[in-house]
Design a protein around this ligand. Structure first.
Ligand code: ADP
Ligand code: F6P
Length: 471
């Protein structure tokens, strides 16, 4: 059996053996802990001058190979082109896109350098699976270094509509670089469709729909490759077990005791402007305005660990949320009740799962999200006899599958307040029916199915590149 090599910018923290906040680290860690293999990526360290070297650490079936970045590379590749250009563009925030040609050069340079670091660790029959927007030029860089292995790429975030992608100046170079992989995976069918539209209308390529769930064939930039939607999943039964055990733990018991029978609305996100937190806070305020009976009878807990805290856009969203939570709490708080508990900490998975299980509503309303694993974790953690209700943005990839949620538009404050009221008052029979529908979907498409489908198509596709485009 060939060895699996995962390549991503962010790697699950090695010391705790568990994943960081962020869908990529959580999903990939879950996928890799079963199959074993090597995980290559950034160590999370920014070095002042010393030339970085690879640290190799074995943890059970997984070998972690990580490397630091020097300051200039971190600034241009990670903070610059990846997170100040690609992240806002791919999340439809054209207003936040910043572009500097030198950052793009740095992004390509770091991709080439990382590829050179990986080459000596590779074996001939390794299957290489590259993840996310930081590493779009990675296949080109490996091919330039003579690597002939199968190369797959999975995009964890949305792929934008062509009109939005066009605002990224090197858009054509990026899509050409993507076409150097053998298989491209997207979270949802709309993402796949947006990519195909770009190929046909902007790159003069052709696409052929695959028969019976087979990947789409893409002919562009003189290559033929394959592309498909593979929605990432979770392990719902493992999360349910964690949640059940976690409710006996101290954090969950403390939460229960301090609620004093009030209903609980729960949200967990990285503190990112794509997550729609300001609108979410305002919709909770609207609920308290419109249904006075909920004042002092419902609490909203928002857990949001800061992320990319050295970037302006993230400092701005943090300030706005501090101001919004302070304003709303000032308006409604009582001596014995704080409406919004706004927390910046990371928690263990078990604690989060238990809090999800204890809550009446899971409130997941990103403005855009590739998938949103929190939505899937929320449903998985529920008690089947007395499940909570998921309020979910239509712009999260998860909304394509979790149709038993109350689907909302995250900029419609009144609509979200209505959904919160509906969720808090929903009869048990309806909650159970919606939960059954969603948990069945999560079990059918768990994270092993995601991994196995992708790797099957990556291995099956051998020979695709030799096919010619139809006339
Ligand atoms: P993204 O990848 O944009 O961060 P996802 O919802 O797909 O969004 O994934 C976030 C992952 O990070 C989830 O698995 C979630 O449980 C985890 N996470 C988010 N916030 C925290 C936190 N405060 N403590 C621990 N884990 C967190
Ligand atoms: O899943 C989306 C994702 O952007 C990952 O690519 C990323 O690792 C994670 O969220 C968190 O962001 P960061 O790695 O910048 O902390």
């Amino acid at each position: 059996m060939s060895r699996l090599i995962i390549v991503s910018n962010r790697v699950a923290p090695i010391s705790e053996g568990g994943p960081a906040a962020g869908g990529l680290a959580v999903g990939v860690y879950d996928a890799l802990k079963e199959t074993g293999g090597m995980w290559f990526g950034w160590s999370g360290e920014v070095l002042s001058s010393t030339p970085p070297h690879i640290d190799v650490v074995e943890r059970g079936p997984v070998t972690f190979a990580t490397i630091g970045l020097v300051r200039r590379d971190y600034d241009q590749y990670y903070r610059g082109f990846s997170n100040a250009t690609l992240w806002p563009a791919f999340h439809y925030r054209a207003d936040l896109i910043q572009y500097d040609r030198h950052d793009f050069e740095g992004y390509c340079r770091v991709n080439a350098w990382l590829a050179q670091q990986l080459v000596p660790l590779l074996r001939e029959d390794d299957v290489i699976w590259v993840h996310d927007y930081h590493l779009i030029p990675f296949a080109q860089a490996l091919r330039a270094a003579g690597v002939k292995n199968r190369l797959g790429f999975f995009l964890h975030i949305p792929f934008p509509a062509p009109q939005v992608l066009l605002s990224v100046p090197p858009h054509r170079a990026l899509v050409e670089a993507l076409c150097s992989f053998d298989l491209l995976g997207f979270q949802t069918v709309p993402d796949l469709r947006a990519f195909c539209e770009y190929v046909v209308h902007e790159a003069g390529g052709q696409v052929e729909a695959g028969a019976d769930k087979a990947p789409t064939l893409v002919h562009a930039f003189g290559r033929t490759l394959r592309a498909q939607a593979y929605p990432i999943g979770v392990y719902p039964d493992e999360i349910a077990q964690l949640a059940k055990a976690g409710t006996r733990g101290k954090p969950a018991r403390t939460m229960k005791a301090t609620l004093h029978e009030r209903k609980l609305i729960m949200s967990v996100d990285r503190l990112d402007y794509s997550k729609g937190l300001v609108e979410r806070f305002r919709a909770f305020e609207r609920l308290l305005d419109q249904v006075p009976a909920y004042r002092n009878h419902v609490s909203f807990v928002q857990i949001a660990p800061p992320t990319r805290a050295d970037m302006h856009a993230y400092q701005d969203i943090r300030l706005r949320l501090e101001s919004e939570s302070g304003r709303i709490n000032g308006r409604f708080a009582e001596l014995d009740w704080t409406p919004i508990r706004y927390i910046h900490r990371q928690y263990e998975r078990q604690v989060l799962a238990a809090l999800f299980r204890q809550s009446h509503v899971g409130y997941v309303t990103p403005l855009r999200d590739g998938m949103n694993l929190v939505a899937k974790e929320y449903v998985s953690a529920q008690d089947p006899d007395d499940p909570g209700v998921l309020v979910l943005s239509r712009f999260a990839g998860a909304a394509q599958e979790l149709t038993g949620a109350l689907i909302v538009n995250p900029i419609d404050i009144d609509g979200m307040a209505d959904a919160l009221a509906q969720g808090l008052a929903m009869p048990l029979a309806e909650r159970r029916a919606r939960y059954r529908d969603m948990i069945a979907q999560l079990r059918e498409n768990n994270v092993s199915v995601w991994r196995d489908n992708f790797l099957r198509d990556l291995k099956d596709g051998e020979g695709t590149a030799k096919r010619r485009a139809p006339r």
